[in-house]
Design a protein around this ligand. Structure first.
Ligand code: AHR
Length: 330
């Protein structure tokens, strides 16, 4: 009996040691996620939870920082204290990062900036993986130019609901779009206001636009993400303003989430420029390269496309079909 007990005990010890050893081998990653402001962000968080798993060799701690830079900095400081192997930051706004990036560097912890960019010297962090917001803005504007030519629309009177002011996604999309708009004598940006990347604020901003007689006659609405576009549509529905391929207002949106593409397929959104939330695979590949001491890219942009409502031919965008929608998982 004693021998059996000793054997059982020995086996328990072996399994316990193996479990501890394998937990120790996992790469620990602390992620200061921006928040949960949009469907896009929810899909982005899900992607990290799906990819940086124990099965793939990771122990991920993801903190939802509620769109607050200060909370993100606090989360990063906690990760430094916990001595995680890697820190990921999806910054709410692009400024204010130098001090905490220096602290991470002093602690010898690689920092990967994801999704949005920071306004800090690239030597302060290890790499950036995300989308190219400036290019997204250029694509949106070039598509509008192409569409106006096709339809013989002589003038664009544009209203813009921007994303959170100071976010690189807002800055890039605005600068990219304006770089084309500035070259067009027949385009006027009537107003541009912060909708914080949320449906509620998109609706609020649109309601205030619709009350302003100076903006009467606008024929283009640019929403810097899909959720803002949904809010703006609710406001326009309530005011009896028609939009989309059959209406008076061309809607350009960004993100191309499943719901956004559903509304593109039914013609309510005229053009939806993708911002790809599936970035965790690229982050995983990068960390594995760093672990293997291989060379890696300092800046990686994930691929983005643009989608247009059925019936619109475009050299710059994919025409929406049921098949395209069926392939959209988020
Ligand atoms: O930084 C990416 C942007 O942030 C997405 O366009 C938006 O939906 C999100 O909230």
């Amino acid at each position: 009996m004693k021998k059996i007990l000793a054997l059982v005990l020995a086996l328990v010890m072996v399994f316990a040691c193996a479990a501890i050893a394998s937990a120790e081998e996992l790469i620990t990653v602390g992620f200061a996620q921006n928040g949960h402001e949009s469907d896009w962000r929810v899909a982005n968080t899900q992607n990290y939870n799906d990819v940086l798993t124990a099965d793939n060799g990771f122990d991920l701690t993801l903190i939802d920082c509620e769109n607050d830079n200060a909370k993100q900095i606090e989360a990063v400081r906690n990760f430094i204290q916990q001595e995680v192997d890697y820190i990921l930051i999806a910054p709410e706004t692009n400024v204010g990062w130098d001090v905490v990036l220096q602290e991470a560097q002093d602690a010898g912890i690689p920092v990967i900036i994801v999704d949005r960019q920071v306004d800090a010297d690239p030597s302060m962090y290890t790499a950036f993986i995300g989308t190219n917001s400036y290019d997204e803005g250029v694509t949106a504007a070039n598509w509008l130019d192409e569409y106006m030519g096709q339809k013989g629309i002589e003038e664009a009177k544009i209203l813009v609901i921007e994303g959170s002011n100071g976010a690189s996604a807002q800055i890039g999309r605005t600068e990219g779009f304006n770089s084309v708009a500035d070259t067009k004598d027949n385009w006027t940006i009537l107003a541009s206001q912060d909708g914080n990347f949320t449906q509620a604020e998109g609706q609020e901003v649109m309601e205030s636009f619709l009350k302003n007689p100076d903006y009467a006659g606008f024929n283009v609405l640019v929403c810097q993400n899909d959720n803002e576009a949904y809010g703006a549509m609710d406001a326009m529905d309530a005011a009896g303003v028609t939009y989309g391929v059959d209406g008076d207002v061309i809607i350009i949106s960004y993100d191309a989430t499943k719901e956004g593409l559903t509304r593109t397929l039914d013609g309510r959104i005229t053009c939806d420029v993708e911002c790809n939330p599936l970035q965790a695979e690229a982050v995983m590949a990068l960390i594995k390269q760093i672990e293997a001491e291989e060379d890696f890219e300092l800046v990686t942009y994930v691929e983005d496309k643009a989608f247009v409502a059925p019936g619109i031919e475009s050299a710059l965008a994919t025409t929406m079909t049921d098949e395209v929608l069926a392939g959209r998982a988020y």
